[in-house]
Design a binder for this molecule. Structure first.
Ligand code: SAM
Ligand code: DTB
Ligand code: SF4
Length: 357
């Protein structure tokens, strides 16, 4: 045992109301309970001043890592990592102009555009992800915001993946409250919608929708009772203050996102950020550590960008408190490390992965 830590996985016996019956609509908001029965959510901080966040970023590296690891152990098993697998169910042709994204119609990236996949292809991919140890399956569609029909098309996919005993996640762009309600009814566990960066830097990256649009969608998802998966990208050319502001936006929400993906920019040829200077990996690791300290009970996911990271860098991310990765050899449109390489790294580190129900 590692002392009094509170784990965020169903098998560990903590009170998680997010895993309901597959038979009907589920209410899935995570309500963790600590050993002395204080709800963990009551013990979390939601009013981080920016100066405190910057103080964390400015700590000596070893001190920051120690603090992040100490908090990590109070909430999670430090040797367990969750695997989530992505599938792009509708690729390319997105009308938004996110400067990092290979799927935007505004840039010529040569992405292999395709219409919505057939449900059988989705189920085959989900089964194979499960066999490879994934417990969560995340389906992404390059839409600005889905139509009602598109939401309806997602429903059987969500149900079918849920029936495999995997957690379901979708990322479909902006959602109305009604659409979020429909997805909740379908049994969706998580909705991914990232803030990406600070409110101040945002307009340098995306002009076709606002920060407030994103917050509105996140509010609709939260109100519908779906767990929130929300994080950002580092390495877009933002400052350390922007990274701190992004994390403050996330942690100062009334409820922390249950999942926080931290992406390192993948500099895709044809996008405006193709030529962006590479961010020092230690700054990425610091961002993971600060996210862990600020949102102790959440899954902090070491997300895009792992193909460019050494094994040692990834290991430091786990030490900094990352407890989830995207597995599988593809993210949405770009490569991810080979499954064998991930397995070998986990074996070297003595890391085990959570099992599906
Ligand atoms: N269209 C939906 C949306 O924007 O919410 C969902 C898909 S979008 C690809 C999901 C997230 O992936 C983005 O918000 C961004 O954080 C991340 N992402 C996209 N392209 C990336 C890249 N080149 N490098 C790192 N992260 C990226
Ligand atoms: C997230 O934060 N990262 C994932 C997932 N949520 C949908 C997407 C990463 C995409 C990287 C670029 C690509 O493969 O197209
Ligand atoms: Fe479209 Fe999402 Fe890519 Fe932006 S990140 S261009 S919204 S697919």
């Amino acid at each position: 045992m590692y002392g009094a830590y509170y784990r965020v996985a169903p098998k560990n016996g903590y009170n998680l109301s997010c895993f309901g019956s597959r038979e009907g609509p589920r209410r899935k908001l995570v309500t963790l309970q600590t050993a002395n029965e204080t709800p963990v959510n009551d013990a979390l901080v939601h009013n981080w001043p920016l100066t405190d966040v910057l103080d964390l970023f400015n700590l000596p590296f070893n001190e920051l890592m120690f603090r992040a690891q100490t908090i990590h152990r109070q909430f999670h098993d430090p040797n367990e990592v969750q695997i989530a697998t992505l599938l792009s169910v509708k690729t390319g042709g997105c009308p938004e102009d996110c400067k990092y994204c290979p799927q935007s119609v505004h840039y010529d990236t040569g992405v292999d555009t395709h219409a919505l996949l057939d449900i059988s292809e989705v189920v085959t991919a989900a089964k194979s992800a499960k066999e490879q140890g994934a417990t969560r399956f995340c389906m992404g569609a390059a839409w600005r915001s889905p139509t009602e029909r598109q939401v309806e098309q997602m429903v059987p996919m969500i149900e079918a993946v849920g029936e495999l005993g995997m957690e379901t996640c979708v990322t479909l762009g902006m959602l109305s409250d009604k659409q979020a309600g429909r997805l909740a009814e379908a049994g969706l566990d998580y909705y991914n919608h990232n803030l990406d960066t600070s409110p101040e830097f945002y307009s340098q990256i995306i002009s076709t929708r606002t920060y407030q649009d994103r917050l509105d969608t996140l509010g609709n998802v939260r109100d519908a009772g779906i767990n929130v998966c929300c994080g950002g990208i580092v390495g877009l050319g933002e400052s350390r203050a922007d990274r701190a502001k992004l994390l403050a936006e996330l942690a100062n929400m009334p409820q922390h996102p249950e999942s926080v993906p931290i992406n390192m920019l993948v500099r895709v040829e044809g996008t405006p950020l193709e030529v962006e200077e590479e961010l020092d990996i230690f700054e990425f690791i610091r961002s993971v550590a600060v996210a862990r300290i600020m949102m102790p009970a959440s899954w902090v996911r070491l997300s895009a960008g792992r193909t460019e990271m050494t094994r040692e860098a990834q290991s430091l991310c786990f030490l900094a408190g990352a407890n989830s990765i995207f597995g599988g050899e593809r993210l949405l449109t770009t490569p991810n490390p080979e499954e064998d390489a991930d397995k070998a790294l986990f074996e070297t580190l003595g890391i085990t992965t959570y099992a599906s129900s």
